[in-house]
Design a protein around this ligand. Structure first.
Ligand code: ADP
Ligand code: GN1
Ligand code: MG
Length: 356
């Protein structure tokens, strides 16, 4: 890249110091220290093949959210992302090297956490994701582009893993025998949600699809959810994806890339905290099959993420950003440890869900 980021922000009529920000695995995120502050992102075009479609979704979704927030008497300047246009009125700036940049309002006086600090905090995150889901319940799904095809089609993810195993491009297969064995032993379950969507027992809804704890901003004073961010994957999906993915990340007793697996367990206390908040918002809307599949949703989303990390490891780390050698393998291992722990705790998880 032979241009400066400070030149790129001028294209959005902003003049400020700019520096790297956040811990996302996909885009390159920067903060512009102007007044007010802004977030600039270089879109990962390996992941998002059509950045204009991503932005069209986000503009439509955030306008819808803005209207809902206003109707509810909320603060539209903080409770939703807002796309800042370029001086030419575009949602993206195309740099000379082919990279696309976008700008958002910075959500002030709020924090995105990389780990849950206490159960109440996780309940607040759950409420925010539940409300987000509710506000989009009447969003016309046919207006949305599928920004990543088959994003949570676990069966397709499993096929991709099998292909990566067969190809073994990096010669890493020998070193991941145990993980591959664990993954293959779960084949019978990979189609459960996809099949339930196909037979209509689990409805398609407009979902976020990436409900990691650091994709929601919590208020620095009240601790309540302020704004759900990272809207690149808002698409038709299952509520089980949003519920399950949030638990995958937030109810773990350790970091996603922890190498000491003795520190990784699935916390039933945090499972309950999230379930309470999420079902408090959306519980009355669930179909019987959705309700029945809640614990399974947490497990299968964790499994899916685990096989995605494993696939990326076998393919040479081309999808998720890595910061050290074997990073994706370390991430895969925590996910599989969590899956095994959820299997051991399945009965208790069912009992907790039945309480709400
Ligand atoms: P990625 O797709 O790479 O995960 P995100 O959109 O999630 O990118 O951004 C990465 C991180 O940057 C977030 O986890 C959050 O900490 C921070 N961030 C992103 N957008 C904003 C925003 N508008 N206001 C404040 N922080 C933000
Ligand atoms: C990515 O973008 P980020 O870091 O919030 C990924 C999610 C994974 C997650 C694993 C678009 O989320 O699907 O669950 O990493 N996002 C995309 O931490 O692939
Ligand atoms: Mg993110």
């Amino acid at each position: 890249m032979n241009y400066k980021l400070s030149d790129i922000i001028h294209k959005f009529a902003i003049d400020a110091d700019i520096s790297p920000y956040g811990n996302g695995h996909i885009n390159d995120t920067y903060i512009a220290e102007s007044n007010p502050r802004y977030i600039m992102q270089k879109i990962n075009s390996n992941v998002f093949k059509n950045p204009y479609e991503v932005m069209e979704n986000i503009v439509n979704v955030t306008e819808h959210l803005k209207q809902k927030i206003a109707e509810n008497g909320g603060d539209t300047s903080r409770e939703t992302l807002r796309v800042i246009k370029t001086i030419d009125g575009d949602t993206l700036y195309l740099a000379e090297d082919g990279n696309y940049f976008r700008m958002y309002n910075y959500i002030e006086n709020a924090t995105s956490y990389d780990a849950v600090e206490n159960p109440q905090q996780f309940t607040e995150a759950a409420r925010a994701f539940g409300k987000f889901q509710n506000m989009l319940a009447d969003f016309p799904a046919d207006k949305l582009h599928e920004t990543i095809p088959n994003f949570h089609d676990t069966r397709k993810r499993f096929e991709n893993l099998k292909k990566a195993i067969a190809e073994d491009k990096m010669g890493r297969l020998e070193s991941v025998k145990a993980e591959v064995e664990f993954a293959l032993a779960h084949e019978a379950e990979v189609g459960t949600i996809v099949d339930a969507i196909a037979d209509g027992s689990v409805p398609l809804r407009v979902t976020h699809n990436d409900t990691k704890l650091n994709n929601v901003m919590l208020d620095n004073v009240t601790g309540e959810g302020v704004c759900v961010i990272d809207l690149d994957t808002v698409m038709p999906g299952s509520l089980l994806y949003d519920y399950g993915d949030a638990l995958r990340f937030g109810a773990s007793t350790g970091a996603e890339d922890e190498t000491d697996l003795s520190k990784i367990n699935f916390s039933l206390e945090l499972f309950e905290a999230f379930t309470k908040g999420f079902l408090g918002e959306v519980g009355s809307k669930l179909t019987p099959r959705e309700r029945e599949l809640l614990p399974f949703g947490a497990k299968i989303m964790t499994f899916e993420c685990g096989i995605r990390f494993l696939t990326d490891y076998l393919e040479g780390d081309t999808y998720f950003k890595i910061h050290r050698e074997h990073h994706n393998l370390d991430r895969c291992r925590t996910q599989f440890k969590l899956v095994a722990d959820m299997e051991a705790k399945a009965e208790e998880m069912q009992k907790i869900v039945a309480k709400y």
